[in-house]
Design a protein around this ligand. Structure first.
Ligand code: FAD
Length: 400
């Protein structure tokens, strides 16, 4: 294998994981990030057994488990009706769980590994484009400068990547997210992602996310909101939102009480997009830069980690970076398409203005989903293991 100069644009989970793996394989890796100090944005996310398989290869699984919260169940109520009940105990393989984690914990674990490996990170570098020439691919920055040529550029700049062509669309609904202390007395299960719905237009959730590097466990609190109603939400003030939240979910009061300033809530907008072509000469789009969706199935960061692994795996088998990039895309394409489709299918059931879908969910899908084989199918879907993505990547599940 020839050692290559590889540029990775973006210090999210995908870029950081790819940097560690490619550096380990002997490539000369440079990371580029727009922020002056790389940092994560947002609150909680869920690591699935797929993502954990990659984190285990990076030697980070014990830290992620220690800093996160084990999630055994996803449970949602619409009024008194259970409309979501997914238990990891029904997974095709025993001993699996999700991990609820603060985004900063995932970022810190990966970034510490990048620094320990001595991988150069150029910060304050906003990538605006690239061009491909005989010497390789060159990155262009917002200050008008250009990089040296690279044998391969990895675009890991997320949904709004400046290296990718326009694709897909923003979704009408996003969510407000806040990090709060976990309150044991509230009576919520510390190993369950709990959600409450009214129709599909109102949704609230509490995800246990563990202590991180701190002393006490925390939770991510989220509230679904249409992007075009954000200004109105702000204008109405916190008190009105709290009343609405508590009318939907009185048990949530000890979490909601911790919000005293609207700025504690960060609005995340979602987009659904998949690039038709993820590999170009001297360039590969990975993670959200290739495919992004609503976090309804909680797969994005996990898919990004699998993409990073696939690239390192395929580059190790060839001296031609373009052939390696194409092989990585080919290995991941089927799983990516499957989950993009599943997320497209399920998102409106929980976040939309539809009147019909929530009725079907509450009276038909909810009850059926409690019966075998639906129990097994929905758990396979949530774990990320549907479509058997690990075997082609020579990855193994990591169980506690
Ligand atoms: C609210 C919310 C909840 C989510 N929950 C889950 C979950 O439970 N489970 C899950 O698996 N996924 C979840 N996701 C999705 C997940 O966060 C993404 O799929 C994941 O972060 C994608 O990683 P990435 O590295 O591809 O991109 P990103 O995390 O978006 O990272 C991109 C990086 O590129 C940098 N960058 C961007 N533009 C430029 C530029 N022009 N120049 C230089 N640098 C640039 C950014 O600053 C950033 O550091 C959630 C997403 C949201 C918004």
């Amino acid at each position: 294998m020839t050692r290559r100069a590889i540029a990775i644009a973006g210090c999210g989970p995908c870029g950081l994981a790819a940097a560690i793996l490619l550096h380990r394989a002997g490539h000369q890796v440079t990371l580029f990030e727009r922020f002056d100090a790389p940092r994560p944005i947002g609150s909680g996310l869920m690591i699935q057994p797929t993502g954990m398989a990659v984190l285990a290869q990076l030697g980070l699984a014990p830290r992620i488990r220690r800093e996160g919260a084990r999630i055994d169940r996803l449970h949602g109520l619409a009024g008194a009706r259970t409309v979501l009940d997914v238990s990891y105990a029904n997974a095709p393989v025993p001993g699996l769980a999700g991990i609820g984690l603060h985004r900063a914990s995932l970022f810190a674990a990966l970034f510490d590994a990048v620094q320990a490996a001595g991988i150069p990170v150029q910060t304050g570098r906003t990538v605006t484009g690239s061009r491909h020439g005989p010497a390789g691919r060159v990155l262009a920055f917002d200050d008008g400068e250009e990089s040296a040529p690279f044998g391969l550029v990895v675009d890991a700049m997320g949904t709004r990547s400046t290296l990718a062509p326009a694709a897909g669309h923003d979704l009408a609904y996003g969510a407000l997210w806040a990090t709060v202390d976990w309150v044991p007395d509230a009576g919520l299960d510390p190993h369950t992602l709990s959600q409450r719905y009214r129709r599909s237009s109102v949704m609230a959730g509490v995800l246990p996310i563990g202590p991180g590097e701190g002393p006490a466990p925390r939770a991510a609190l989220f509230w679904s909101l249409r992007a075009d109603r954000l200004a109105q939400w702000r204008a109405h003030g916190l008190a009105r939102w709290k009343d609405e939240m508590l009318a939907l979910w009185p048990q949530c009061a000890p979490f909601v009480d911790q919000i005293i300033d609207p700025d504690q809530l960060t609005f995340a907008r979602y987009a659904h997009r998949t690039l038709p072509q993820a590999a170009e000469p001297g360039l590969i789009h990975l993670g959200d830069a290739w495919h992004s969706a609503s976090p309804q199935l909680g797969q994005g960061a996990n898919m990004a980690l699998l993409d990073a692994w696939a690239l390192a795996h395929c580059l190790s088998a060839t001296d031609d970076p373009d052939a390696g990039a194409r092989a990585a895309v080919a290995l991941r394409r089927r799983h990516v398409r499957l989950y993009q489709w599943l997320t497209w299918l399920f998102t409106p059931v929980y976040q939309s203005d539809s009147r019909v879908l929530p009725i079907m969910r509450d009276w038909l899908v909810g009850p059926i989903s409690k019966l075998w084989p639906a129990t097994v199918i929905q758990t396979a879907m949530v774990t990320g293991l549907m479509g058997n993505p690990l075997a082609p990547l020579a990855l193994r599940l990591d169980r506690e």
